[in-house]
Design a protein around this ligand. Structure first.
Ligand code: ACM
Ligand code: ZN
Length: 506
């Protein structure tokens, strides 16, 4: 039997030789504590579930009494043994059992012959994650994606033991989050004229209803994926300003942007009206998203407007601050306080470290290091938890797979090799800093990702490469091993109806 294409590679995987044929499907015998996990699993491999018990191979899902994982990852560890008698999955927690079933799902999908017959390798697996934060981000502002696609992606990500969906909900090109007290955010801010098809003067966009969001959150929860919403403040604000022009420094006119880039229209730091807006956004976010985290953005705030605005200058003076960038720090502190009052932990892009000379970074702030590794190194040196997702380390999967005009994507190139090489712990971190590394994620910015099929192509197989960096023990990782698993892993992705890149790895 060829090596099974499990991605990420388990901490321990012993293949014994020999195989277990499954001619009539599986019978699941599970501890009642795992009824949710087995119910989801049945929907993921419906063809593999026995129609009748005669001749079915048992999958026994048992609760173990192990108190904690070796790595202390809140019940995420699991064991699988595949013997001639059947399959045993063991875990102390529901997350661990879900992971067990996802690894088994991969073995089933990769071990299914074209005629449908399933054959599994006899094997023992003992597995546990390296990092607690294993994420993927989707930008649903630059292009709007359906709930069906988001659910498909969450399901596929969870197959790779990823456990965070970072949902980028707002940006210059569209606001996708309903906020009851500010209805124009979606009535106006969710729609833009599409400059690519001006011959039709098409209006494009959309937003997620509360019902849509609940559906995504519930779907993710059943797969042990945390949905972390991002509202990008106080920059990337064209859509907000198109809806509420009085919140900008100049008063407008503004529009929901139909071009891409970084725009100088940001929320006016001198306008007290921005704070009731933030409160209203967070009131609704907290109601809709059970996650303990809220991402407040904070990236790429241009200061030109603030430098010219009498209200912003007056604010600076009244606060006793000296430099305009310190106004962003002041806003960050206000946002963090609002979230703390709601029991949430704020996350910001690494620019939140700037302009903090006077006010400092809010004490529980988590920093997401994206421009490079430096933000993660600096934040962790100051005692802040960090999430590593550097564009210089292959984590931006909107970059092309190869330097070719035939390839979709933009800006730069991130080969599979590059994405595979990412490691959340980077040189220059000491032990105390290393302990603050929560993990990492891949990001898909969607400026040129016009359709979900292209999004899939950009994610895969790089999402698998990054999942391995986030889950597998460092000493278990090798590009050669990943490459050897790619054909089998590709078959698994095909079974998910996932469009994927099939070209060179390096
Ligand atoms: C970012 O890529 N602007 C976080
Ligand atoms: Zn202003």
């Amino acid at each position: 039997m060829t090596i099974p294409g499990i991605v990420p590679i388990p901490a321990t995987l012993n293949i014994h030789g020999g195989s277990l044929p499954i001619p009539r499907g599986f019978e699941i015998r599970a501890d009642g504590a795992f009824s949710n996990e087995t119910a989801v699993f049945k929907t993921q491999v419906p063809f593999a579930i026995a129609k009748e018990l005669n001749g079915a191979v048992p999958i026994v899902c048992e609760k173990t009494t192990a108190k904690s994982d070796a790595t202390g990852r809140e019940g995420e560890c699991y064991e699988i043994s595949i013997s001639p008698e059947g399959i045993q999955c063991r875990a102390s927690g529901n997350r661990g059992m879900y992971h067990a079933l996802q690894t088994l799902r991969q073995l089933i999908l990769a071990g299914r012959a074209d005629g449908g017959e399933i054959e599994l390798p006899l094997a023992n697996i003992v597995d546990t994650p390296r990092f607690p934060w294993r994420g993927f981000m989707l930008d649903t502002s630059r292009h709007f994606y359906s709930v069906a696609f988001i659910k498909k992606m969450i399901d596929a990500a969870s197959m790779h033991h990823l456990n965070v969906f970072h949902w980028h909900l707002t940006d210059d090109q569209g606001w996708r989050l309903p906020v009851k007290a500010y209805p124009k955010l979606t009535e106006v801010g969710a729609w833009r004229h599409d400059s690519k098809t001006t011959w039709q003067d098409l209006v494009v966009g959309g937003f997620y209803s509360e019902q849509d969001i609940r559906e995504v959150v519930d779907w993710a929860a059943a797969r042990h994926v945390d949905v972390v919403p991002e509202v990008d403040l106080p920059g990337h604000a064209s859509a907000i300003l198109a809806a509420y022009p009085e919140l900008g420094c100049t008063g407008g006119p503004y529009k929901v942007e139909d071009r891409y880039g970084i725009f100088q229209e940001v929320l006016c730091a001198g306008n007290d009206g921005i704070f009731p807006l933030f409160e209203a956004i967070f009131d609704d976010l907290v109601r809709l998203f059970p996650s303990k985290y809220v991402h407040i953005g904070g990236d790429e705030v241009k200061f030109n407007r603030w430098e010219e605005c009498p209200k912003c200058k007056a604010r600076l003076e009244s606060l006793g601050l000296e430099k305009i960038p310190q106004l962003q720090s002041w806003i960050t502190v206000r946002l963090a306080n609002m979230l703390e009052a709601r029991g949430k932990t704020p996350i910001g892009w690494d620019e939140v470290l700037e302009g903090t000379e006077v006010l400092g970074l809010p004490k529980d702030m988590i920093v997401m290091s994206w421009r490079g590794r430096e933000g993660g190194i600096e934040a962790s040196s100051k005692g802040h938890p960090v999430i590593m997702t550097a564009l210089t380390d292959g984590c931006y999967v909107n970059f092309k797979h190869l330097d070719s005009p035939e390839e979709p994507g933009h800006l730069e190139v991130a080969t599979i090799e590059k994405s595979y090489s990412m490691d959340p712990v980077v040189p220059g971190m000491n032990e105390a800093q290393e302990a603050l590394v929560l993990g990492g994620q891949c990001n898909l910015w969607s400026e040129v990702i016009y359709a979900s099929r292209i999004a899939e192509y950009m994610y895969f197989p790089r999402m698998g490469a990054i999942a391995e960096a986030l889950w597998s023990p460092k000493e278990r990782r090798s590009l050669e091993s990943f490459e050897a698993r790619l054909p089998s892993y590709g078959k698994t992705l095909d079974a998910l109806d996932m469009t994927r890149y099939k070209g060179p790895v390096r």
